[in-house]
Design a protein around this ligand. Structure first.
Ligand SMILES: *Cc1c(COP(=O)(O)O)cnc(C)c1O
Length: 410
């Protein structure tokens, strides 16, 4: 009989969202008249910008005619999309990238996972706590860890607690690590990192020959002009960092699927003989072998995000979500709740009132306010005592949820 990859058996069953679903189901069955408002899930609700939809349609129409039909495209993505990204997302921030350094994909989740293909299992990995679970679970799947302990920490991974004391930004580890996941603006905490902080990480990575895996899925939600949108705004980062970007949250592409990964040509890591090898070549080989590119109309739609109308329309959508974030944060702060995030990120991370556990507060909100959020403990042990609310809902629902919570806590 064939053998399985036993590493999969080390994973704890997907617990967080199924458990949330189970509790909502039990509640709505017992209270069929209650209008439950969901501020839990990290998915967008606004439709695509009109200019993006038009480009998407035109892309489909191109496929209807022999003259403009498109089959397989380049595995790395079309140059017109890559150029739009270079000129609009990076050049204005003083970052000069080459076409060959950008790889278009169908999602950052898969890129964050697939990147492990090009790194040796012996690398020591550092992960924040709480964290986007993909970073942790994909390292378990490839076999870089032992078993999980009772808290859910896997043997072999260096976890860096992100707490109120360190403003939910991971401090530089004491020990030497080889791969470091950083996510700013952060999911789940909404924390951001300034230039000095990122410079410390870049300096650490260069000193220790480590590689930073920088997830910038929420960069478009940054409102403070002093906060970098890209790790490459930090001098030296092009020699020590890979950056993941996605159109999912920034342009409503969660269901459309388009993202990209930046692997600078100057970035190197060592082979078994100790010789430096360009990671760009390895990622290019990996993508060309295992991936056949993103759908042509989808890339047309993504390029339209950078058109003048597309950009303006999309900014209105981002502003809508950030106004939701403000309503949630200020509403809850008025009610005496300690809130973090929500100013440069679409997530509000709050301290559970009266020292409740994350799940007890979840039950209180569900049962008494009919509002669903996400228990912080679901993102890692250091999330216990915290709770995440998402700003991606419809305005009426957000306002209604905030007023219910305020009445409940008054
Ligand atoms: C939503 C999200 C992504 C984006 O994933 P896609 O696969 O591009 O939809 C990446 N990182 C984090 C932390 C996210 O929350």
């Amino acid at each position: 009989m064939a053998r399985i990859n036993d590493n999969y058996l080390k994973l704890k069953a997907g617990y967080l969202f199924p458990e949330i679903g189970r509790r909502i189901k039990a509640f709505t069955e017992a209270n069929p008249q209650a209008k439950v408002i969901r501020l839990g899930i990290g998915d967008v609700t606004r439709p695509l910008a009109p200019a993006v939809i038009e480009a998407f349609h035109r892309g489909v129409d191109d496929l209807t005619r022999v003259e403009s039909f498109m089959g397989y495209g380049p595995e790395q993505g079309y140059d017109w999309l890559i150029d739009a990204i270079i000129d609009n997302a990076f050049k204005p921030r003083g970052v000069n990238l080459k076409r060959s350094e950008i790889f278009i994909s169908d999602g950052s989740k898969c890129d964050c996972a697939n990147i492990l293909d090009i790194f040796d299992l012996g690398n020591k990995v550092a992960i924040g706590d709480p964290v986007y679970p993909v970073y942790n679970d994909t390292n378990v799947m490839v076999g870089r860890t032992g078993e999980a302990d009772s808290r859910g920490y896997y043997e072999g991974i260096v976890y860096i607690p992100c707490t109120e004391e360190n403003h939910f930004t991971p401090p530089i580890p004491q020990e030497k690590v080889d791969l470091i996941y950083l996510c700013f603006p952060n999911n789940p905490t909404g924390a951001v990192a300034g230039k000095e902080q990122l410079q410390q990480w870049v300096d650490y990575a260069r000193t220790n020959e480590a590689v930073i895996l920088f997830d910038a899925a929420y960069e478009a939600f940054i409102t403070d002009p002093a906060i970098p949108h890209s790790i490459y705004e930090i001098p030296g980062a092009e020699t020590c960092a890979i950056e993941f970007r996605s159109f999912s949250k920034t342009a409503g592409f969660t269901g459309v699927r388009c993202a990209f990964t930046v692997v600078p040509e100057a970035l190197r890591a060592r082979n078994a003989q100790g010789e430096p090898v360009a990671l760009n070549q390895l990622w290019n080989r990996r993508q060309a072998t295992k991936f056949n590119g993103v759908s042509y109309p989808v890339q047309r739609a993504a390029a339209a995000v950078y058109s003048p109308e597309g950009w303006r329309q999309n900014q209105e959508i981002i502003d809508y979500y950030m106004e939701n974030a403000r309503l949630i944060r200020e509403g809850l702060e008025d009610a005496g709740v300690t809130c973090f995030g929500g100013t440069n990120a679409p997530y509000i991370w709050l301290t559970t009132p009266a020292g409740l556990s994350s799940w007890d507060f979840f039950d209180q909100l569900l049962n008494e306010c009919h509002v669903v959020g996400t228990p912080g403990s679901g993102f890692g042990p250091s999330g216990e005592g915290y709770f995440r609310l998402s700003a991606f809902g419809q305005r009426e629902n957000v306002s209604e949820a905030v007023s219910r919570i305020r009445k409940n806590l008054a």
